[in-house]
Design a protein around this ligand. Structure first.
Ligand SMILES: [Fe+2]
Length: 365
């Protein structure tokens, strides 16, 4: 804190009827780097979460052309590492944070380009709303990236990307960068300038080993903090959601609410979240469905995968189309409305909030 800011805080703490002795006491506190609780209780312990982050919608129709322009103007390579453009929450002082815990970006890789390998403590995933042709190589395992796929890069895994085609490709990244930055827990290492394996298999080794529902390889009995599956494929996600609606039609309890199919991507070794800090889910609403208004502790981000609808954020309705992204900061009220069938990818910091016992939700009937 600069001495000016400190002085401001001291001046702010003083009340008109404070005696000269009290004023002197506040100045003495400031000189010793002390701050009294009683002058700032409302900020330190609000009666409910009062996030600085604000709800916000980013339109894919604006994100994608800007990413393309960055592809024309900005090279990708060692140093900058990635052509990733972070979604900066308007309430968070110009940081490229979408929420106090989460980072999200649109990443763009031009024809035949390679994003070099590196690794970091931060957990990361990619979700593909359109396009194909890029392989992400995670710890030497080349993983195809196609529409609707969720790709994982758990913390401290070496990873790079390469585009095997003559067309560019864009996708979204999600990471726990703000959380790791505020906790001062991040490490980073450069890896190979080129990806270590330019093979382009349809299925990664991790999927061949682990991608068989309900079946655990007996060579892999040790649980891992993050999922060992590199890619969660769209055809499986789509089938799971389709079956939930078919079961609902048969009168079976399969959906999370009438007309609302949903799945959570899980770590098959534990049944828990795919990574220690990030939860990933996919939601599908039938046309005309409106979800209950709710508030949750922690922050969550959605991307529309397909369809049209709207989200109500703090009482304001925002229309949604394919690719649009929005953030719901802690305790902001929200509900979804589907005009057509509405498919949404979702990620959140819920594993942190649940593990630390801070999670609370309020749902209106
Ligand atoms: Fe990375």
């Amino acid at each position: 804190m600069t001495s000016d800011t400190k002085l401001d805080k001291v001046e702010h703490a003083m009340q008109p009827d404070d005696t000269p002795e009290i004023r002197a006491l506040y100045r003495a506190f400031a000189d010793e780097h002390l701050m009294p609780l009683w002058t700032q209780l409302g900020d330190l312990m609000p009666v409910h979460p009062k996030p600085k982050a604000v709800p916000h919608v980013w339109k894919w129709s604006r994100l994608l052309p800007l990413a393309k322009k960055a592809g024309d103007l900005i090279p990708v390579g060692r140093g900058g590492e990635r052509r990733a453009i972070g979604l900066s929450n308007p309430g968070l002082d110009g940081n490229a944070y979408i929420s106090p815990t989460l980072w999200s970006a649109i990443q763009y890789l031009g024809p035949r380009e390679t994003a070099p390998e590196h690794r970091h403590s931060q957990n990361a995933f990619r979700f593909v709303v359109e396009g194909e042709g890029v392989w992400t190589v995670v710890n030497g395992d080349p993983i195809r990236m196609s529409r609707g796929d969720l790709l994982l890069t758990p913390g401290w895994s070496f990873h790079g990307h390469h585009n095997d085609t003559d067309s560019p490709m864009a996708w979204i990244d999600g990471l726990d960068i703000p959380f790791t930055q505020q906790m001062d827990v991040g490490f980073f290492e450069f890896g190979s300038e080129r990806v270590t394996d330019y093979a382009t298999p349809d299925y990664s080794r991790s999927e061949r080993l682990w991608g068989h529902a309900g079946l655990r390889p007996l060579s892999q009995l040790q649980n891992t903090p993050a999922s060992p599956i590199g890619a969660y494929r769209w055809e499986i996600t789509n089938r799971a959601l389709t079956e939930q609606f078919l079961l609902e039609d048969e009168g079976q309890p399969a959906t999370t609410a009438q007309g609302h199919a949903a799945i959570r991507y899980v770590n098959p070794t534990t049944g828990g979240d795919v990574m220690p800090t990030i939860r990933c889910e996919f939601h599908r609403l039938r046309p005309g469905i409106e979800t209950n208004l709710r508030q949750d502790v922690g922050s969550t981000v959605f991307q529309v995968f397909e369809g049209r609808g709207a989200v109500l954020l703090n009482g304001i309705t925002h229309t949604l189309e394919k690719g649009d992204m929005f953030v719901v900061p802690s305790w902001i009220s929200w509900s979804l409305q589907a005009e057509t069938q509405l498919d949404l990818f979702r990620f959140s910091d819920a594993p942190i909030m649940e593990r630390l016992n801070f999670m609370r939700s309020k749902v209106e009937d």
